[in-house]
Design a protein around this ligand. Structure first.
Ligand code: NAD
Ligand code: MG
Length: 393
């Protein structure tokens, strides 16, 4: 039995796919793990339901129009949870309401709270990959200066984290190999993807996830964002990060060392494993995920190269990483606009990479040493891509 005091956990993006999985793991360990703060975007009913179940000290709703419903709902439920509007989030994350932060807001909207957790030296379970793509160097520096421990909550990076436990191993690192499921359209030609629908794009064969990352998986932009994410998390240049399609999604990534060893982490595709690693590291706790039975899973692990012809988003992400400066911020912002337009039926699937490439061409990389420079590039890319939607409809 562990003698450590219970961890106070803030779950940001509590009503989402990662948030729900995190709360599932936390609820399995009362006494060891408790919920200090829950934050969500706009779904008050779902947030109230979570507050009734997990009884946090604080609840935050980002959508200002939903704040009265949260405050009144908490009072009517007789809970001691304090309701807060979205602008209270960063201070709460940095304060004593939590020592551990699950950063699982989707998109660049997650950057301020993620940075606040890093600066305040929290244990940061980082699912919000867009914040690393947008401001990876600044975020990693903030974590170093603040004394934060980052545990990546992306299956690939969590796998690498588990395979690369210390700096000594890091010194002998040769390359990282990120595995990719290939998404719902693996094996299809570019031309055949012109008419795919949002419903087809979000029907992921292996992982159950929120709509934005599901579309990113279908375009392979998710893997592209993950290459940039890996570059920042593990200080490895893009030239030493490879992508391998692995349709079974059981090998979550591989790390190759100079001595010829390759280490990998395997498991069923369920984010609760990565979350349990983050919540208890360096200890191990039950996550609710069954062990891996390779025979029951078909007895076969297959690998193939990614098809950059059919899925140009992966190439665009490698290009943005190589270009550096504001290029990844532009890539990420244009992608957020393009994916949202695709989900709303405004543009077709093939317009997603076209919109991103168009924004990257129109907004060439500039130095990105400050958060302001990055925020400006992010905003300019959003404006550019939004105005371009009509051209690519
Ligand atoms: P989701 O759409 O299911 O959930 C998003 C959550 O963010 C919701 O709770 C929503 O209310 C909240 N939110 C949105 N805007 C907000 C705002 N402005 N302020 C506060 N909260 C806000 O998404 P998801 O699939 O859980 O993904 C979350 C993040 O984790 C993404 O960055 C994604 O790339 C990353 N991720 C997810 C998975 C997965 O398996 N789902 C795996 C790896 C990484
Ligand atoms: Mg992933």
């Amino acid at each position: 039995m562990s003698m450590a005091p219970a961890r106070d956990i803030a779950v940001l993006g509590a009503t989402g796919s990662i948030g729900t999985s995190a709360l599932d793991v936390i609820a399995r360990h009362p006494g060891r793990l408790k919920v200090g703060l829950l934050a969500a975007g706009s779904n008050v009913e779902a947030l109230l339901d979570l507050c009734r179940r997990h009884r946090p000290r604080h609840a935050v709703i980002a959508d200002a129009s939903a704040f009265p419903a949260l405050r009144d709902g908490l009072r009517e439920a007789g809970l001691e949870t304090t309701a807060h509007p979205g602008d209270a989030l960063d201070a709460l994350v940095a304060g004593d309401a939590c020592d551990t932060v699950v950063a699982a807001i989707v998109g660049a909207a997650g950057l301020p709270s993620t940075l606040a957790a890093a600066r305040a030296g929290k244990r940061l379970l980082l699912a919000n990959k867009e914040s690393l793509v947008l401001a990876g160097a600044l975020l990693m520096a903030a974590a170093r200066e603040g004394g934060a421990t980052i545990v990546p909550i992306d299956s690939e990076h969590n796998a690498i984290f588990q395979c690369l436990p210390d700096r000594h191993a890091h010194a002998g690192l040769r390359r990282l190999v990120l595995t990719a499921s290939g998404g719902p359209f693996r094996g299809r030609s570019r031309a055949s993807l012109a008419d795919v629908t949002p419903a087809q794009a979000i029907a992921h064969p292996k992982w159950s996830m929120g709509p934005k990352i599901s579309v990113d998986s279908a375009t392979l932009m998710n893997k592209g964002l993950e290459v940039i994410e890996a570059h920042h998390l593990f200080a490895v240049p893009g030239e030493r990060i490879d992508v391998l399609v692995h349709p079974q999604s059981l090998v979550h990534s591989l790390v190759e060392f100079v001595d010829g060893s390759t280490l990998a982490q395997l498991g069923l595709p369920d984010m609760r494993t990565a979350l349990a690693v983050g919540l208890a590291w360096p200890e191990r706790i039950a996550s609710g995920v069954a062990g891996l039975d390779l025979l029951a899973e078909g007895g076969r692990l297959e690998f193939e190269p990614p098809d950059l012809e059919a899925f140009p988003c992966l190439r665009l992400a490698f290009d943005a990483l190589a270009a550096g400066g504001t290029a990844p911020a532009v890539l990420n912002a244009a992608n957020e606009i393009a994916v949202s337009a695709f989900l709303q039926g405004q543009v077709g699937f093939l317009s997603i990479p076209r919109l991103i490439e168009d924004a990257m061409t129109a907004l060439p990389p500039a130095p990105a040493r400050t958060l302001d420079a990055l925020a400006e590039a992010d905003a300019a890319a959003r404006r550019h891509a939004t105005a371009a939607l009509a051209r690519f409809a």
